[in-house]
Design a binder for this molecule. Structure first.
Ligand code: RIB
Length: 340
């Protein structure tokens, strides 16, 4: 049976008002001795405030919902860690929802989080979020009047707050690294073309090629879905074409590229150089450690959480964007061309 304020009042022979003032740390003339008695008794009885009751009074539950699209991808588990650490620092609770890249679940979880009376939502939309799908999420969040901050993926919308990386710069840096190694025929495994974050990486790739005087060759571009299978399928599709390097738009697809190349008897980097994107924790410990573009994932999660709490506590800030800078992490999966 859950301990209530009345139980503590009965045990200490104090009024419910006195106990409530102490437990809610309200200013009062209550003696230190009495305060200590209440707190000691509350601990003995394992008292926990009823968050929903608190929420009804303060109209706040100090709970944030996080919607991510693929918890198997360490990008999202690292993101969740950065967010949860910031929530704990501020005394907030986090509810994590994984949509497995199915937009219908984005909608379902927005409803679930609303029913849990979360004060706000951090939202990295599923990979199948076309503009019309995202519009449904955006309209629902507005209808439910739930403050939210987008993380990484989104579409331009009024009053949209978003935290993301400069993906044009990230795509440019990855390509520039391969060009500096002498590669001229660089294949790409992209995310879905309708996602802004993938299009930006491709724009950075094209910018670097153009500056190097290399003509963009559409036949070297394979549209993936940010999953490892896309990397494997990309290699099967690209084999036979003339290329010496592959830029995978995230590390999970780069791992698939490794598998695909191995299936075709090709070695990394001796035959094909590979660069990824995200720098999730496995990339460093692979047999051939992956060269990649680092996203400060936990820092982005922390920044998004700070922004959302600020919007919740101080009124909507309206649309604003926080952009982080990418970092090139050179490991063993890229080498000079010609490789041998
Ligand atoms: O790995 C998941 C990808 O989805 C990341 O690159 C991130 O930017 C998100 O778009």
């Amino acid at each position: 049976m859950r301990t209530t304020i009345k139980d503590i009042a009965a045990k200490t022979n104090l009024s419910v008002t006195t106990v409530s003032l102490v437990l809610n740390n309200k200013p009062s003339k209550i003696s230190q001795k009495t305060k200590e008695l209440v707190l000691k008794t509350a601990k003995e009885l394992h008292y926990r405030p009823n968050q929903l009751a608190v929420g009804l009074i303060k109209k706040r539950t100090k709970t944030i919902g996080l919607i991510v699209s693929d918890i198997r991808n360490n990008f999202f588990s690292s993101l969740a860690k950065g967010i949860e650490d910031e929530c704990r620092r501020n005394g907030w609770t986090l509810i994590l929802c994984n949509t497995s890249d199915n937009h219908q679940r984005d909608i379902e979880y927005i409803h679930v989080l609303a029913s849990k009376s979360v004060d706000g939502i951090l939202y990295c939309m599923s990979v199948d979020s076309t503009r019309e799908n995202f519009q449904k999420s955006y309209d629902l969040l507005g209808a439910l009047n739930i403050p939210f901050v987008m993380i990484d993926r989104s579409y331009p919308m009024p009053n949209r707050a978003i935290v993301r990386l400069d993906h044009i710069r990230g795509g440019y840096m990855a390509t520039q690294h391969l060009l500096e190694l002498g590669h001229k025929r660089i294949a790409c495994v992209t995310g879905p073309n309708y996602l802004e974050d993938s299009r930006d990486r491709l724009d950075g790739y094209k910018k670097a090629l153009m500056e190097a005087g290399i003509v963009f060759d559409e036949s070297l571009i394979f549209e993936g879905g940010y999953d490892m299978g896309s990397g494997i399928n990309a290699v099967h599709s690209l084999i036979g074409k003339d290329f010496s390097a592959i830029f995978a738009f995230n590390d999970m697809m780069a791992y698939g590229v490794y598998k695909g190349l191995k299936a075709h008897g090709l070695c990394v980097p001796a035959d094909i150089s590979v660069i990824g994107y995200d720098d999730i924790f496995l990339s460093e410990i692979l047999e051939v450690p992956l060269t990649t573009i680092k996203q400060p994932i936990e820092l982005m999660g922390c920044a998004a959480t700070k922004k959302l709490i600020s919007i919740i506590e101080h009124e909507p800030l309206g649309g604003d964007t926080t952009i982080f800078e990418p970092e090139l992490i050179v490991r063993k999966s890229t080498t000079a061309y010609p490789q041998n």
